[in-house]
Design a protein around this ligand. Structure first.
Ligand SMILES: NC(=O)c1ccc[n+]([C@@H]2O[C@H](COP(=O)([O-])OP(=O)(O)OC[C@H]3O[C@@H](n4cnc5c(N)ncnc54)[C@H](OP(=O)(O)O)[C@@H]3O)[C@@H](O)[C@H]2O)c1
Length: 298
């Protein structure tokens, strides 16, 4: 892989996505900072990013991409490959949180969440993989969450979307390693971004109101998470380090968090259990990934 990589990022209008774009471009990586509606609802965000790119001569291109829209995903990936000739890293970052008691989340809210947080990466990966396969290199990066491993009350659907993402990303890591393509998971803990302000709340208030004191839990959790939130640049710096880690030496999971809550222990145990599973299924020899250097650091 070239030292200067071509990186497509979803959800670059604000928060982590925007920081990833600026941090990677400042190190010379060519960044396609994608977002919904850069000429409309994100006009201010897109022009701020373009202005910074121009001021500091950063290789950042802003493109429209809505992860819930197949045509939009294809158009953005095609434009990236047409401009840069390749795509080295796809960062599946677009996502949002849904907070509230599970019974009060409508089916439509749950479907919309999965369409962004889970099917968004499904769409991106399916469109970028043929390009990566041609190159015989590439990185699928998945911005999960500590909540992709642990569950709190009022976080059930958000956790479900990130658990689903983790399962898919892990499966990809086994299936793609022999073709030189890596799948990695980043698990941020709480960090200061607009995520809490952009959080969707459970719509069925009548159901929520039947829960007595329990209905205060979502607000308590959001306040606790906000109070422990770290500086989001830590996550951007971690993403830069991961991308610059040589092919074959990346871990499957990276926990980046001001507070681990023991997620690191779950990751360590899961690594062992997964190795046992693959061994038990007689697959260890089939999956190059398991025999290579990478297995030591999964
Ligand atoms: N901050 C944290 O504490 C934290 C912790 C763990 C994980 N995360 C994860 O980090 C990722 C980024 O979140 P953030 O904290 O940076 O919050 P954020 O500032 O709210 O960023 C979310 C981004 O996702 C975009 N997005 C939402 N739906 C989209 C769609 N259909 N298509 C394309 N883009 C879409 C938003 O774009 P618009 O401007 O168009 O809405 C925005 O750019 C999310 O996956 C989140 O779950 C955050």
């Amino acid at each position: 892989m070239n030292s200067n990589q071509v990186v497509l990022i979803t959800g670059s209008s604000t928060g982590f996505g925007r920081l990833f774009a600026l941090t990677l471009a400042r190190k010379g990586h060519t960044v396609f900072a994608t977002m919904r509606d850069p000429g409309g609802r994100n006009a201010k965000n897109s022009s701020e990013i373009r202005a910074l790119a121009e001021k500091d001569s950063l290789p950042i291109y802003v493109l429209e991409l809505d992860v819930t829209d197949d045509v939009s995903v294809e158009r953005a990936v095609d434009a990236t490959v047409a401009k840069a000739g390749r795509i080295d890293v796809a960062i599946n970052n677009a996502g949002y949180a849904l907070s509230g008691l599970a019974e009060a989340v409508t089916t439509e809210q749950a479907q919309r969440l999965m369409d962004t947080n889970f099917f968004g990466p499904v769409r991106i990966n399916r469109v970028v993989l043929p390009h990566m396969r041609r190159q015989r290199s590439g990185v699928l990066m998945h911005i999960s969450s500590g909540a992709g491993r642990i569950v709190g009350p009022s976080m059930g659907f958000y956790s479900a979307s990130k658990f689903a993402l983790e399962a898919l990303a892990e499966s990809y890591s086994y299936e793609l390693a022999s073709q030189g393509i890596e799948s990695v998971i980043v698990q941020p803990g709480p960090y200061e971004t607009p995520v809490i302000g952009n959080m969707v709340t459970a719509a069925d208030e009548a159901r929520t109101n039947t829960y007595g004191a329990v209905k205060q839990i979502p607000a308590k959790i959001n306040a606790a998470l906000s109070s422990m939130a770290g500086n989001a640049q830590e996550v951007a710096d971690a993403v830069l380090r991961i991308i610059e880690t040589p092919a074959g030496e990346k871990q499957l999971r990276y926990l980046v968090s001001p507070e681990t809550f023991g997620v690191d222990q779950i990751n360590a145990l899961s690594k062992q259990v997964q190795a046992n599973l693959l061994e038990g299924l007689g697959l260890a020899a089939d999956i190059k990934f398991l025999k290579g250097k990478a297995v030591a650091s999964v």
